[in-house]
Ligand binder design. Sequence first.
Ligand SMILES: *[C@@H]1O[C@H](CO)[C@@H](O)[C@H](O)[C@H]1NC(C)=O
Ligand SMILES: *[C@@H]1O[C@H](CO)[C@@H](O)[C@H](O)[C@H]1NC(C)=O
Ligand SMILES: *[C@@H]1O[C@H](CO)[C@@H](O)[C@H](O)[C@H]1NC(C)=O
Ligand SMILES: *[C@@H]1O[C@H](CO)[C@@H](O)[C@H](O)[C@H]1NC(C)=O
Ligand SMILES: *[C@@H]1O[C@H](CO)[C@@H](O)[C@H](O)[C@H]1NC(C)=O
Ligand SMILES: *[C@@H]1O[C@H](CO)[C@@H](O)[C@H](O)[C@H]1NC(C)=O
Ligand SMILES: *[C@@H]1O[C@H](CO)[C@@H](O)[C@H](O)[C@H]1NC(C)=O
Ligand SMILES: *[C@@H]1O[C@H](CO)[C@@H](O)[C@H](O)[C@H]1NC(C)=O
Ligand SMILES: *[C@@H]1O[C@H](CO)[C@@H](O)[C@H](O)[C@H]1NC(C)=O
Ligand SMILES: *[C@@H]1O[C@H](CO)[C@@H](O)[C@H](O)[C@H]1NC(C)=O
Ligand SMILES: *[C@@H]1O[C@H](CO)[C@@H](O)[C@H](O)[C@H]1NC(C)=O
Ligand SMILES: *[C@@H]1O[C@H](CO)[C@@H](O)[C@H](O)[C@H]1NC(C)=O
Length: 820
Amino acid sequence: MALTIMMILALPVAAKSFVMELEPRQMVLRVGERQVLRCSARDCSESATLTWASLEDKPLSGITKNPSATESLLIFDPVSTVHDNLVVCKVSCGNVRKQMHATVKVYSFPREPVISGNAHMLVGEVNTLTCEVSAVYPPEYLEIEWLQGERVLHMDEGKADISTVSSRYKYMPTSDDNGKAITCRARHSFEGVPEDEKTKETTVSLNVMYAPRDIRISETAVVKMGVSFTLTCSAEGNPRPVVVWRKAGPAGRPVTLGENETLAVRNVTVSHAGTYECETMNTLGKLTATVNVTVQAPPTNTSITVSPANELKEGDNVTISCYTDSVTAGRLVLRRVSEGQETDLHTSSDPTTSVSLPSVRLSDSGLYECEALNQHGSQTASTQVTVAVHPLKVELYPGDGVIAVERGASFVLSCRATDCPAPAFFWKSPLDASIGSRSQTQGPLSQLFLSPVGLKDERAYTCEVKCGSVLKSKRTEIKVFSFPSDPVIENSGAHVEGQMSALRCSVCDVFPAGRLLVEWLDDYGVLLSEEGSFSSGLQNLTSTLSFTPGAGHQGRLITCRATLQMDGVPGNMSVRSALTTVALQYAPRNTSITVSSASELKEGDNVTISCYTDSVPAGRLVLRRVSEGQETDLRASSDSTTSVSLPSVRLSDSGLYECEALNQHGSQTASTQVIVKAPPRNTTVQLFPSSQVQEGQNITICCRTVSFPPSAVILRKLDNGTALYSPDGTFLLLNLTPHDTGLYQVNVTNDLGYETEVFTISVMERQSSPPPSWNDVIVPVVGAAAMAAVATTAGLATHYLIQARKRGSYELAKSTPHAI
Ligand SMILES: *[C@@H]1O[C@H](CO)[C@@H](O)[C@H](O)[C@H]1NC(C)=O
Ligand SMILES: *[C@@H]1O[C@H](CO)[C@@H](O)[C@H](O)[C@H]1NC(C)=O
Ligand SMILES: *[C@@H]1O[C@H](CO)[C@@H](O)[C@H](O)[C@H]1NC(C)=O
Ligand SMILES: *[C@@H]1O[C@H](CO)[C@@H](O)[C@H](O)[C@H]1NC(C)=O
Ligand SMILES: *[C@@H]1O[C@H](CO)[C@@H](O)[C@H](O)[C@H]1NC(C)=O
Ligand SMILES: *[C@@H]1O[C@H](CO)[C@@H](O)[C@H](O)[C@H]1NC(C)=O
Ligand SMILES: *[C@@H]1O[C@H](CO)[C@@H](O)[C@H](O)[C@H]1NC(C)=O
Ligand SMILES: *[C@@H]1O[C@H](CO)[C@@H](O)[C@H](O)[C@H]1NC(C)=O
Ligand SMILES: *[C@@H]1O[C@H](CO)[C@@H](O)[C@H](O)[C@H]1NC(C)=O
Ligand SMILES: *[C@@H]1O[C@H](CO)[C@@H](O)[C@H](O)[C@H]1NC(C)=O
Ligand SMILES: *[C@@H]1O[C@H](CO)[C@@H](O)[C@H](O)[C@H]1NC(C)=O
Ligand SMILES: *[C@@H]1O[C@H](CO)[C@@H](O)[C@H](O)[C@H]1NC(C)=O
């Protein structure tokens, strides 16, 4: 207001007279309605200007319209809270100005309060109720009150700038509060709000949820058979409880009978007696109550049962049970009726009773009765009990009849009883009362252990089985056999062509020996067949095959086959055989000796001399050298071949070599001549009596060499070409003269080469007689004369010969014959 006053004071005093109007000046507007402010200048003769402005610190809102030059409208359509303002209208007419202001107040309170939180309240807990008033302006003028009847429970006020005003009220209801009303009242205290719009209120009822309580159920009922009755049951609760009726069924498990507060039962039977349970239930809990119903009736559903239910066999454990549906206490009698006589077996006050007949007998067969009695009547049930014998079956394994069993084997005879729950076994055997002690019984199986099986176990065995009053048996006969090993063939001596020889076939520990067949076979058929003879014990059997082998028997296969001709012996155990090959023996033959290299041997060659023979059995093979009547064994062997190597053979290795093969059937010898050749070597020349002689004397020249074949010798005087030839190397120079003095050469030659020696002869002059000529004194040694000369020189050269032999060389003087 102070501002307005100031403005009025500022108006020019000297204004021309015109009238300004502003309508209305004060207003309280409801949000949403339409309002118009009209500003005008009356009596303005000059041109007028009209303007609107806001005096508060916010923009002017609303629409301005100038219907004429002297009139302006400010329109609020619709009114909203932004229009809450102090507006001014300024008018100028010519140079005269005027202005006026108007106060615009706005309120809003369009809706009823809204209550929430009342729909699902929980008993005994703090529940929050909320009341909300929306679109309120100015909110700080709104008050909220919670009321029950006229009692104010709680109050709240709105806050500035929050257009939705809400109030929370915490409430802990009891079940009695369910359905009660609660009111939320809102009052707008803003000045200018019309009285009939100032207050708005809402009333709701409380919905309080609670578990069932105060259950009510019918009284105990006692009803007669055939009538009808009803049971009722109810309980309070929110939500309303559901009712379920139940009753223990035949198996004790509850059976649902209905889901209604009323349970109607028609045509009552004994099964309707018992305890009925009513369960009331809602989402918050449950509550149950029971009522007993008693039915007055005679016993019903009386029955008698036999367990096991199938056909009864002697020895079964039998239970006879009696049952009734007597709802009224009474008596139950179980009895046997036999030949018009009744025998009570059991009496009970329970609705069920039974008797046990352990290991029932044939005589327990008969009629059995169950009688149920109470004050309303009685009922009887009966059943026929029939006890039968067991269809016992007895079986023997591995079989009845005759069984062949190998001596020493572990044999088990099994006796099995079928269709009998508790069989009793008895083993019997003639002459052996204690046979049962070798058996073991377990349940339906009894086993007799014959281990190891001996000859004495050969006899009959009976397995007898007793089952209740039934007795059955099975019998088997055991035959023992023994044939443990293959036959063995032995040679009695060697097989020599043309000589009688024999083969022996032995079979060990046979039983029964009388059943053994021994056969000799070769590729062409049966040679001999023999049978054993009866014996009460084990037997060793031998069969002998005699024959005279010919060359065709070598390598022939001969079989000895033994067959135990007894039933029940497995195929591979009843026939056994042995095989032998005839091996003929003979003295050494095809004996030979060979020299490895070519026919012509040279000294230094490497030579192998081999010896071979063929003999059975292999005997001894001897390789030897025969020299000057003396035998030297080089090698002996027990093989069919042997050899010696002579590395770098020498002249002295020449000679006769022999190979002798021997075994017990004879011997054979082969021989060969070995010749080693060598060129002349170690040639020596000797002069007799000396190389220096007197004129007229004789000189013998002895020329020796080592070589083979023997060498020829040529003597030559070196200053005269004349040559003399000697096949034995001896020259005789007779009646020498000084002319014969000079150098001489001997040239020793054979096929393989030559060697020369040079020596000097000097002849001293004898003054008396003229020297003889070369021809007179040199006499070549030829033919018979030469033989004499050789003998001479040989005698002279004894010393050299001995030396030569010691060194193993060939002696020149001995070589014969020689040709020219
Ligand atoms: C309960 O039985 C009454 C009477 O028979 C019947 O009217 C009512 O509908 C039944 N209620 C329900 C929930 O079945
Ligand atoms: C009850 O018994 C009567 C007569 O015996 C019969 O007609 C009726 O159907 C029976 N009702 C029921 C529910 O079994
Ligand atoms: C109902 O019967 C049961 C057993 O049959 C008994 O334990 C219970 O006490 C009886 N209840 C009433 C109320 O007779
Ligand atoms: C009695 O016997 C009837 C007919 O066999 C049967 O329906 C009923 O369930 C029986 N009652 C009981 C309690 O077993
Ligand atoms: C009978 O019962 C006895 C003792 O409980 C038991 O040893 C026997 O094996 C039973 N007999 C049969 C056939 O079940
Ligand atoms: C049979 O020969 C074996 C050995 O070859 C010997 O141990 C055994 O005692 C012999 N049996 C008879 C009955 O002669
Ligand atoms: C005979 O044959 C059976 C089965 O083929 C085998 O188990 C057994 O060892 C054989 N016996 C002999 C002595 O070869
Ligand atoms: C003989 O054998 C030796 C050694 O094996 C060898 O050195 C030599 O050359 C051989 N001689 C001949 C003539 O083969
Ligand atoms: C042959 O001569 C050699 C040397 O030339 C010698 O070693 C050897 O002993 C001689 N042999 C003989 C038999 O005189
Ligand atoms: C030499 O030999 C000849 C013939 O044999 C003989 O007559 C002569 O007496 C010999 N001379 C000497 C000196 O011995
Ligand atoms: C060599 O011998 C020949 C004949 O035998 C002879 O004629 C000649 O005189 C001899 N010469 C010498 C020098 O003796
Ligand atoms: C020795 O005699 C042989 C054969 O007659 C000959 O080839 C060789 O040349 C002779 N040697 C000498 C030295 O005269």
